[in-house]
Design a protein around this ligand. Structure first.
Ligand SMILES: [Zn+2]
Length: 248
């Protein structure tokens, strides 16, 4: 393991869109991150029923897989209910900006509360322990969603720029942009490669570095090379950490 000169620098690795819908991609990312980090010290963002077509409740084998990962130390976050933004038909911009993934971007407090409650139950039944927190699809939250998270007492939530604790008066516990990749189009691939390469130039600027991968990243070799280079660079200076550590 690398010698961490500054123990205050922390790395939070995560895999988004964990669902039976992307079983082989998530398996591949898990193996890859274990190799890069030297351990399963990572978070997984679990979708209870991706696009209403991949229900965890109907898949005991996948639930068992999630539990085994949680037993191995992976932190499990709830990541929406179906991941899809049902207001799509109303908003071109939403679709354009997030590929329709901003499920919690426009929800009322009541609808958000219902999806949080049902999703938490499904994921916690699978993993046999409390979820570590909640991350909205595409990191987009309506005001109602933020209020519902606090009402429900989730320990942690994050968006593009920060991590906060809904259970503690929405106290911000980490700041700094997420480093992540986009695989949907050539311009997005190129811009995400550029951001990652900039982050690698000065890793210590991100004291609590969040680096997130998605199933689609596995389909683009240039993204995988950038992912490998970025985690490899950060583990030299940053200690792979648990989001829960942000609360202590
Ligand atoms: Zn997602």
């Amino acid at each position: 393991m690398p010698d961490h000169a500054d123990a205050r620098l922390r790395l939070f690795a995560s895999i988004h869109d964990v669902s039976p819908r992307f079983e082989s991609e998530v398996d591949a990312l898990y193996d890859r991150l274990c190799g890069l980090l030297g351990s399963p010290r990572m978070a997984m963002l679990v979708v209870p029923d991706f696009e209403d077509a991949a229900p965890l409740t109907a898949n005991p084998a996948y639930r068992a897989k999630l539990r085994a990962w949680a037993d191995a130390g992976v932190e499990m976050f709830l990541h929406g209910w179906c991941h899809r933004d049902d207001s799509l038909r109303r908003g071109f911009m939403q679709k354009h900006m997030t590929a329709g993934a901003g499920e919690f971007a426009q929800l009322t407090r009541e609808t958000a509360a219902q999806r949080l409650s049902e999703g938490q139950k499904v994921v916690e039944d699978a993993i046999g322990r409390p979820v570590a927190g909640f991350v909205a699809p595409a990191w987009l939250y309506s005001e109602g969603a933020i209020a519902a998270l606090a009402d429900a007492g989730f320990a942690l939530a994050e968006d593009h720029l920060k991590v906060w604790s809904p259970a503690s008066g929405n106290k911000v516990v980490a700041k700094g942009p997420v480093v992540t990749w986009a695989s949907r189009s050539k311009p997005r691939i190129l811009s995400s490669l550029m951001v990652a390469s900039l982050a690698r130039l000065a890793p210590s600027l991100l004291r609590d570095a969040r680096i997130a991968v998605h199933p689609g990243d596995t389909t683009v070799p240039a993204l995988l090379r950038s992912i490998d280079a970025t985690y490899s660079q950060f583990v030299r200076t940053h200690r792979p950490s648990r989001y829960a550590d942000l609360l202590s």
